[in-house]
Design a protein around this ligand. Structure first.
Ligand SMILES: [Zn+2]
Length: 248
């Protein structure tokens, strides 16, 4: 009858005069639950149903209807900085939008807790542009969509000197397969892309010593790959980028 889950709040919407339907992201995937009376009695859930709040939720099987009832929720983490730091507010809005639009299947425990840890880390550290790249890269990885870098994605040949990269093809292509629009990657760029796989915290991302130009090109490449393969047009992204630029 009852179950307990760890969950991130993705979204909520009014379903009638008094209740909210709340979308949660859990290690098992997306879950839609009914928060009864949440509109009338704000005290009951306080601000717990805001985007990306991390909760322990207690659910009950409904007597009628299909959505589990949200009996209660314990707060595990909420971004404090996102209330006072405009840049972080935009960053969290971007992450929330991406998760709302693209998180459907089961994540598994490891990737779910990884995501929670990244949100906490972002809250604690001064925001940098590379954090966006870090999030985009790992969300692609979690979705099984990360760029293929080991050999030519079309024929399997290992490029010897010149690496081409083609976003729609999904990664590295050799000189013979390179479709129109493929770009040449510098050795340092391909090395950096390969390193990203092993970098699992923002701290180690920052410690990477990367030349600004290579960093900028890889940042743009990951963003393009991310938007293309997740098939998303982000509303939050232009605002975030504008803010990131104006903060330097
Ligand atoms: Zn090839």
């Amino acid at each position: 009858m009852f179950s307990v889950h760890h969950a991130l709040v993705l979204d909520k919407r009014k379903t009638n005069e008094i209740d909210f339907l709340v979308d949660l992201l859990t290690p098992q995937g997306r879950l839609r639950v009914l928060a009864k009376g949440a509109q009338k009695s704000r005290r009951r859930f306080l601000n717990l149903l805001e985007d990306l709040t991390y909760l322990r939720v207690h659910l009950r099987k409904p007597f009628k209807g299909i959505y589990p009832i949200l009996e209660s929720a314990d707060l595990l983490f909420i971004s404090e900085q996102c209330r006072v730091d405009l840049l972080k507010f935009y960053f969290f809005s971007y992450v929330a939008e991406i998760l709302q639009e693209t998180a459907y299947g089961p994540l598994g425990l490891r990737d779910f807790y990884f995501l929670v840890r990244v949100l906490k880390e972002i809250d604690e550290r001064p925001l940098k542009l590379v954090y966006k790249t870090f999030f985009e890269y790992h969300w692609l990885r979690i979705q099984g969509l990360k760029p293929y870098l080991e050999s030519c994605v079309i024929c399997g040949t290992q490029p010897k000197r010149i690496f081409y990269f083609h976003v729609p093809a999904g990664g590295v292509v050799c000189i013979n397969c390179a479709p129109e629009g493929a770009r040449i990657l510098e050795r340092e760029q391909i090395d950096l892309l390969r390193k990203l796989v092993r970098i699992d915290s923002l701290k180690s991302m920052e410690e990477l010593n990367i030349e600004p130009l290579i960093k900028e090109e890889v940042t743009n490449l990951i963003e393009e790959f991310f938007l293309y393969h997740l098939d998303i047009e982000s509303k939050a992204l232009p605002i975030l980028k504008e803010q990131l630029c104006s903060y330097g």
